[in-house]
Design a protein around this ligand. Sequence first.
Ligand code: UN1
Length: 496
Amino acid sequence: MAGAVKNLIGGKWLDASSGNTLKSINPANTDDVVAVVPSSGRSDVDRAVEAAKKAFQGWRLTPPPKRGEILFRAAELLAKNKDGLGRLVTREMGKILPEGLGDVQEAIDMAYYMAGEGRRLSGETIPSELPSKDCKSVRVPIGVFALITPWNFPTAIPAWKLFPSIVSGNTVVFKPSSYTPVAAARLTDLVAEAGLPPGVLNVVHGTGEEIGEYLATHPLIDGVSFTWSTAVGEKLAKVCGALDKEISCEMGGKNPIIIMDDARLDLAVEGALWGGFGTTGQRCTAASRLIVHENIYDKFMDMFVQAAKKLRLGDGLVKGTDVGPLINEAQMKKVLNYIEIGKNEGARLVLGGGPAKGKGLEKGYFVEPTIFADVLPTMRIAQEEIFGPVISAIRARDLTDAIDIANNVKYGLSSSIYTQDVNNSAVAERDLDAGIVYINAPTIGAEIQLPFGGTKKSGLGHKEAGGRGGALDMFTKWKVIYRDFSGRLQKAQIDK
Ligand code: UN1
């Protein structure tokens, strides 16, 4: 057991006021209880939001470089604890250990990057049309933020939201997924230990059903940053919009890799395996569609299926494992259901297609890496987000056809093309309707110093990560200051 986890409210570690708890379970071995966690209710949320509200005035006035120094210390603590925290991510979420460590590394990167923002957070100075008058725009914090995060990146996605919101001068109430609360709690322990004043960062554990919407719509909440499904994000955006709250949502994806007939097929096979089956397909950025030029379709598919057959399923903590379990029974049922849908739609199952059996897999939520060939672009398995190890391969006549197929879904998060032709890559870069385009790399692996987010039903509001054009826009608002030191009334736009 990793022990018991508590809420963090106004600098104090507390149980849920009801005393209710929930268990965090290892998805590779359901006998393994990672920890017991508070199952909070509305009164816990009320307390946390009030603590954040109370801390806001002091934090708003703390110089940003000082806020950044605390984040720098948090980054150092995270780096020191990377190994243990990475193992915890793997144990609680299921992704293989190199990815568990990568999850933590993404959080570390974000902490260092946002620590530096403390000394930038810059606006503009712009000349006035009048003498002895100056004008500038400054970024100011928005207030109290609700941060609601999913289970697939238990430390990285919280870090995308926590560090920029805090360095910008907001105070926050963070509700991590109830499937990965322990890794989130360990992350926030380390951030608190770095020296944040009480109430700046509050953590409330519990289920989305119980407290998610209540937190987001709380009267004292000024802004909401949410990552998970399009259905929940759109609903939250509607209710929060009606309440005049700032809200940004990162949501689903149906990300394509286009493989042209001039591509290096060895590279494309490797990229498709990593993009499609990495994290067991449980990324918003997962490559769930391969759009393959008809001239090389058979050859590529042959190479791809042969390579996918070699993937080893198992506990992510065991060395040599390539693919871990799904997060829980509900996700497993959803993925298996999509496999049935694919079969019924007439797609050709060429690998996998069911729960994985074998030694070491008895007690986890394992599904075989699954590949459907000859998928038509209109089939549900080519249109809907599955969030599991299921890849649909579609034939394309040429680049124009491939881009049409790629764009003809409701999502637009990430996309990719494999080609050795500079003109093909330029056309794809211009015409793929997605927030992220990769050339000769799979759809996953965005770096934190660039904005992250999608078009269409993949994203709402501001982008995550990055600085300008990304998270700083999410967590600050612009204020414009005019200062007249002429000692007389000067009138803009009025002829003398
Ligand atoms: C997600 O899937 O929700 O680009 C986030 C990537 C990671 C982040 C994914 N850096 O795949």
